[in-house]
Design a protein around this ligand. Structure first.
Ligand SMILES: C[S@@+](CC[C@H](N)C(=O)[O-])C[C@H]1O[C@@H](n2cnc3c(N)ncnc32)[C@H](O)[C@@H]1O
Length: 217
């Protein structure tokens, strides 16, 4: 994929996209598998939920969500721009008629009348410049039904300078520069400005990762 944002770590190379799930398993020393299952369980998915996954990747997360829904009444939509991710997603999800992939940029305003109960985004929004994140938030807002929730699974808010040295060293080495300002912002306040309210949070990986759930008014 050609990079639009020079410091982004979420615009993946073909190699990383092709091996994404393996890379995550190995880089996390095997902890990713259990963590992502737990985070998806924490989404409190209801049987008939319609869910949009922005920057969905390989479809691993949507398949985990699919365990909680009824295939007759739910719709699970993954959006991504990587053709490599699209191939893996379609292969993984081919037996489920309630799951769909849309090749769509999420950093530009999306025009669609389809409304969802939940919008999920995991490890994508930190990887854009802040102005671009605002468009992603607007897309999430527009795609939700009133009372629906925006669920951001990503880095929590923390002070990099207060991290133990070895954690800080790894974070600075592997993360894209956009993540460094992402962790310093007050995301509940930012989301309130867009018309979201009633935030709740779950934390993982020594509180460095957070699932932030917030409702559309
Ligand atoms: C770090 S991966 C996360 C994938 C998935 N959400 C997960 O947690 O496994 C980032 C994903 O965002 C996608 N992506 C990057 N820029 C995008 C854009 N502008 N529009 C849509 N998807 C994008 C990439 O192709 C990639 O699949």
């Amino acid at each position: 994929m050609e990079k639009i944002y020079p410091d982004s770590g979420v615009e993946l190379s073909e190699f990383t996209a092709k091996n994404y799930d393996k890379v995550m398993n190995i880089a996390s020393f095997g902890f990713y598998r259990g963590f992502i299952k737990k985070a998806i369980a924490d989404l409190n998915i209801q049987e008939n939920d319609k869910i949009l996954d922005l920057g969905c990747g390989t479809g691993r997360n949507i398949l985990l969500m699919n365990k909680y829904v009824s295939s007759d009444n739910s719709v699970l939509v993954g959006m991504d721009i990587s053709e490599n991710m699209e191939r893996q997603f379609n292969e993984k999800c081919k037996s489920f008629s309630n799951i769909k992939f849309i090749n769509q940029r999420i950093d530009q305003l999306i025009e669609s009348d389809q409304k969802f109960d939940k919008v999920f985004i995991s490890f994508v929004i930190h990887g854009f410049p802040h102005e671009v994140r605002k468009t992603v938030i607007q897309n999430a807002y527009n795609a939700l039904k009133p009372g629906g929730t925006f669920n951001i699974l990503d880095f929590a808010e923390f002070d990099m300078n207060k991290m133990p040295f070895h954690h800080r060293f790894i974070f600075k080495k592997i993360e894209c520069k956009y993540a460094f300002d992402y962790i310093e912002r007050d995301w509940k306040d930012i989301l309130k400005e867009y018309g979201f309210e009633n935030a709740s949070e779950k934390f993982y990986f020594k509180n460095y990762v957070r699932l932030l759930t917030i409702e559309k008014k």
